[in-house]
Design a binder for this molecule. Structure first.
Ligand code: SAH
Length: 236
């Protein structure tokens, strides 16, 4: 199977690339569309690992290239997010049940917030991939929360904006790419999973927390995604 693994920032994919380097795998680098795709062949499976750059548009480019050009049959996003659910602490893991774009607003025409005609407010992640993630969590005895992820092209570091997103989208976490990967995968009918580790609480101190915990939280998510790959049958 061909599997695409996307992060937004270099910090989110470096732990993965380093892992495979240290394991002695040959890594081919393919530059396309402003991204570098790390191609790794493992017996019958091929992995494509890339960071997209921040935001929904960049992540959509990367997901589209992985699917349309490299024929990826599964997409896993690994990275960090702001926690909205008060139970989520820095370093905790969450998978998206479904995703929405909190910055989509054509309510002037009577549409619900986050709704785009011929699309939907929420796009559901793949049940089978999420089940695999939950199985991994059980095996490793690691807590893994499931919840709605809201994505938008804004770093949320404000308590009132945070509450607005919770109220309008019932989201457990906020980030800047997941929903766009969901839109692309849904359009191409490719199963996907959005995995995030918490770097901050999307409140007034989110920027400081993000800078402090980005690398560690990114590593937690990357390591967990390697376990998902193993559970998917990749002979790592
Ligand atoms: N410090 C970076 C910018 C980080 S933007 C720089 O200066 O270049 C935040 C990134 O982490 C995005 O990729 C987003 O998906 C995720 N993220 C983590 N916490 C977030 C929050 N509170 N709001 C929105 N995105 C968040």
């Amino acid at each position: 199977m061909k599997i695409g693994i996307i992060g937004a920032m270099i910090e989110e994919v470096t732990p993965l690339v380093e892992f495979f380097k240290n394991q002695g795998y040959k890594i081919e680098e393919i530059a396309l569309g402003g991204n570098v795709f790390h191609k790794i062949i493992i017996q019958n499976d091929t992995l494509y690992i890339a960071y997209s750059k921040i935001g929904k548009v960049h992540a959509a480019i990367t997901a589209s290239v992985m699917i349309a050009r490299f024929e990826c049959e599964r997409i896993i996003f690994t990275g960090v997010a702001g926690g909205l659910d008060s139970r989520l602490k820095v370093g905790d893991l969450l998978i998206a049940t479904k995703l929405a774009q909190h910055d989509v607003n054509i309510t002037a025409f009577g549409h619900p917030l986050g709704f785009i005609p011929e699309s939907a407010v929420y796009i559901e992640a793949d049940g089978a991939l999420n089940a695999i993630a939950k199985k991994v969590a059980q095996k490793l005895n690691k807590p893994l929360m499931e919840g709605i992820i809201a994505s938008g092209d804004q770093f949320i570091c404000d308590e009132s904006k945070k509450q607005w997103i919770i109220q309008n989208f019932q989201a457990s976490a906020v980030e800047m790419e997941g929903a766009s990967v969901a839109v692309v995968c849904n359009a191409f009918k490719i199963p996907f999973c959005i995995l995030r580790s918490i770097s901050d609480s999307a409140d007034g101190s989110a920027d400081v927390s993000f800078d402090e915990f980005l690398e560690e939280a990114a590593r937690v998510s990357a390591q967990f995604s390697i376990e998902i790959l193993k559970e998917l049958g990749v002979k790592i």
